[in-house]
Each structure stands twice: as C-alpha cells, then as structure tokens.
Design a protein around this ligand. Structure first.
Ligand SMILES: *Cc1c(COP(=O)(O)O)cnc(C)c1O
Length: 328
C-alpha cells in the first residue's frame, strides 16, 4: 500500500475498520467542538449504522445523494461542508453496483477545509490505484476476504498523527489501538492475498472486465433487462442487473440450485426483506430493486462459465416471467 507500518492497524474485517474510523473521526472533531459528519446514501451498513449511533450521541449527519448512474459529486461535498464538519466518509467503490467514486477530489477538498477524510476502500482495494502518498486520505478500511484472503481479517489505515480510538478494552496489542491477541494466520494470509492482488491487478482487472462486458451483452439481449450504475469508472467484476418480472427472491434460489451464487443487493443484507438502499438511491422503484441481482465475477471464471451463466439466467428469468404471467 506504500504506507508506513505504524499507519496500519489490523482489525477483524471491513465492518470493524469502518466503525473504528467513523468513531475516531467523530470524536477527534468533537474535541474541537465539531459535531457534523458527511457521508453518502450508498455507503455500506457498517458506515451507515455507525453514523446512526453517532447521531444518537448528538452528531449531526448529512447524507449526500448519488446521481442516477451511481456517483457522488465532489461539488455536493463542497456544498455540504460546514465550519463544524469533523469528518467526511465516502466509499472508494460501491459494493452493489461497482461505481468508482472520485475520492481523490473529495479528499483534496476535505484537506483544503481542514476536515478529516475516511474512505471505505473494501471494494476498491484490489482494483484501484489508491494513493496514500498525497496525504489526502486520512483513514481507509480494507477487508481480506474481498481480495481472496481469509474471512475475519481487515486493516484500518490511519495517517500518521491520527490517534485511533480503540473499540475494544484490554491489552496493548496493535499499539493500544485494538486490544486482544492478533489473528496471525489470518493477517499473514491477508498480506499474501493483497500482495498477489497488487501484482496481478492490471492483467486480472482487464480479464475480469472483459468477462463482465460479455455477461452484460448476453443478458441485455433479453427484453426488460437493465444494468444499474455506470459501466465506467467501475470495478471490473461487479455487475448489477434488473430483470423485470423476475423477483430476485425467486430467481436467487433457482440460480443457487444450478451452482450460481449471486446476491440481491449486498450479501451482508441477505435475509433482510428490505430492497437495496443503493438501488433505491439510484431512483429504482422498490419493485425494480426487488427484481435486481448482483453478479460478482471472481478470479476462477472464464468465458465458457460466462456463457453457461448467461444461458441459465436467461432460462430462469423467462420461466419466471411465464409463471408470473399465468398467475395474473
Ligand atoms: C464487505 C464490505 C464491508 C464489510 O466487510 P467485512 O469484512 O465483511 O466486515 C464494508 N464495506 C464494504 C464496501 C464492503 O463491501
């Protein structure tokens, strides 16, 4: 990551890193009488629910909207900044639609205004060029399993000079920033996975992006199918599509039985009856959001797999539509 070792704290994953970053940023601000926080409507629940808790502590929250194609604008951040803004948190890339956010421009704005900037880089880590040398990113969250590392290990980057607030009371592990014995096997696995991801980034990203475009083209042949979020700039392997007349609640288990694992919105929200907050923020109706699925293309797929997946999805969507039609 081209950062100093003292700027790295190992955590139990992306959610913990997000929690710790937001609580730290808010409390550093509060010490200076700043109690306003800015984020966006499309953040992961690890950020949104941390903000909810901080609101209960008396912080004021501004959640910025996103455009129809899935971006937050630096201009909207600029307008929302106030003299009492403590922290801005904007994700590097969205986990449901894959759009890559202009975090360098936003971080620069924050710095010009003396405001801390955190980015949830969990999705962006393996596919973007995150530059920590410019000093505009104060804190960043990472999670090992999002770049083929082990589950339950994460990183919280904090620029030198930022005192992270420990969420766990206990010993002095991680220089007092995270008590509890470190999960060394997972941390070593995370480092190995990150190293591999960084080495393969350019080649792998191009290969996966071509697979995504192939899948998208094949699915768009069907009528009543739309892609959610812009194609560029976006993560190479994330594709979110709406299939009119095919509720994901019905489509997901059918695909699962065929060995195709996709999700309706965020995997972290599976089992929740609520339609995706990200898709609603794009302007989709609840019904459209409930008929949308996210494909996350991983390193083990090839063109043949994509063709098989497309054919199976089209088969099930067509069958579900007929069933739905017969019902009425
Ligand atoms: C997965 C994810 C998280 C949570 O990471 P965990 O390691 O599962 O806790 C946070 N933010 C984003 C954007 C994610 O995709």
């Amino acid at each position: 990551l081209s950062v100093h070792p003292s700027e790295i704290t190992f955590t139990g994953g992306g959610s913990e890193s997000d929690n710790q970053a937001l609580i730290t940023g808010a409390h550093i601000g509060a010490q200076k009488g700043k109690r306003h926080l800015i984020s966006t409507v499309m953040e992961h629940h690890a950020v949104l629910h941390s903000l909810r808790r901080l609101k209960e502590e008396g912080f004021e929250i501004t959640l910025l909207p996103i455009s129809k194609d899935g971006f937050v604008s630096p201009e909207s951040v600029r307008k929302a900044l106030r003299p009492d803004t403590a922290l801005v948190s904007v994700m590097a890339a969205n986990n449901e639609i894959g759009t890559i956010q202009p975090i360098e421009a936003i971080g620069t704005l924050c710095h010009e205004n003396g405001v801390l900037f955190h980015t949830d880089a969990v999705q962006g880590a393996a596919h973007m060029d995150l530059d920590f040398t410019k000093g505009v990113i104060d804190m960043a969250s990472f999670s090992a399993h999002k770049f083929h590392g082990p589950k339950g290990a994460g990183i919280l980057y904090a620029r030198r000079g930022i005192e992270l607030e420990s969420l766990i009371e206990g010993g002095a592990q991680e220089r007092g920033k995270r008590a509890g014995t470190e999960n060394i096997p997972a941390i070593v696995g995370m480092a190995a996975a990150l190293e591999k991801a960084m080495q393969e980034k350019t080649v792998e990203s191009a290969r996966i992006r071509a697979l995504k475009e192939r899948l998208r083209e094949k699915l768009l042949v069907l009528k009543g199918v739309r892609q959610n979020g812009a194609l560029s700039p976006s993560l190479p392997g994330t594709l979110n599509m709406t299939f009119d007349g095919a509720p994901s609640e019905a489509l997901l288990p059918l695909l699962g039985m065929d060995g195709i694992c996709v999700s309706a919105g965020s995997a972290c929200a599976s089992g929740s009856p609520e339609p995706s907050h990200v898709l609603l923020a794009l302007g989709l109706s609840a019904k459209q959001a409930r008929s949308s699925i996210r494909f996350s293309l991983g390193a083990d797929l090839d063109e043949k797999d994509i063709d098989t997946i497309a054919a199976i999805v089209i088969g099930h969507v067509t069958a579900l539509r007929k069933l739905h039609h017969a019902d009425q």
